[in-house]
Design a protein around this ligand. Structure first.
Ligand SMILES: [Fe+2]
Ligand SMILES: [Fe+2]
Length: 209
């Protein structure tokens, strides 16, 4: 009976986490409360990397109007997120710590196709971005529901909503340039890979991923 309830909860939650195959370990939210400085530092650098990655895509695919057009405002938004998180640190008398090695993002990059057609490489680059947005969204959702501090719950709710929108933009861009069946087939492989990766990675409260 209790297993049945757990299964039902899992499926309801899955619908809210943009197709991800693994829900974040519930211990994670508790671990994040050990050091808000560490959490906000890691979060700030995630936002910086999101902005930088969008700029790189604009540079690489400047001949594809929709990529340039859709990603220009996301660069501004992600940089705005970086500023918001840094302001939060400052307000609390905390410091922005150094950027750390991002094991999660590096493992995703390793899974990207290097050879193959321009289309296949573009697809993987867009799906990598979609996946990072989806997982970030899921993590922010966890924080927005699980933290005790009401201010921080609302703080993270705003990020959750914004990253969900970005996830959709990256998926839509993929569907614009690549046949739909190919997008969903490859997305399925990415989701599989990401769930295995999440399973292998240590649960750390000083990391967004
Ligand atoms: Fe963001
Ligand atoms: Fe984002």
């Amino acid at each position: 009976m209790s297993e049945q309830i757990a299964d039902d909860n899992q499926s309801i939650y899955q619908k809210n986490i943009l197709g991800l195959k693994l829900v974040t370990d519930p211990r994670w939210v508790d671990l994040t409360t050990i050091s808000l400085e560490a959490l906000l530092t890691d979060h700030a650098w995630c936002e910086q990397k999101a902005a930088t990655s969008c700029i790189s895509l604009i540079q690489r695919y400047s001949d594809r109007f929709e990529i340039v057009d859709e990603l220009m405002p996301i660069v501004t938004e992600e940089w705005g997120h970086f500023r918001l998180v840094v302001s939060e640190l400052k307000k609390r008398g905390l410091k922005l710590g150094p950027q750390r090695k991002d094991l999660y993002v590096n493992a995703l990059f390793d899974f990207q196709q290097r050879g193959g057609s321009v289309e296949s490489r573009l697809l993987d680059q867009l799906l990598t971005m979609a996946l990072i947005e989806a997982r970030s969204c899921e993590r922010f959702k966890r924080l927005s529901e699980g933290l005790e501090d009401e201010y921080l719950r609302n703080f993270y709710r705003r990020f959750m909503e914004s990253e969900a929108g970005h996830y959709r933009t990256f998926i839509d861009l993929a569907r614009l340039y690549i046949p739909e069946e190919k997008v969903w087939a490859r997305w399925e492989e990415w989701l599989e890979m990401e769930a295995n990766l999440m399973n292998e990675m240590a649960v750390r409260g000083d990391r967004i991923h």
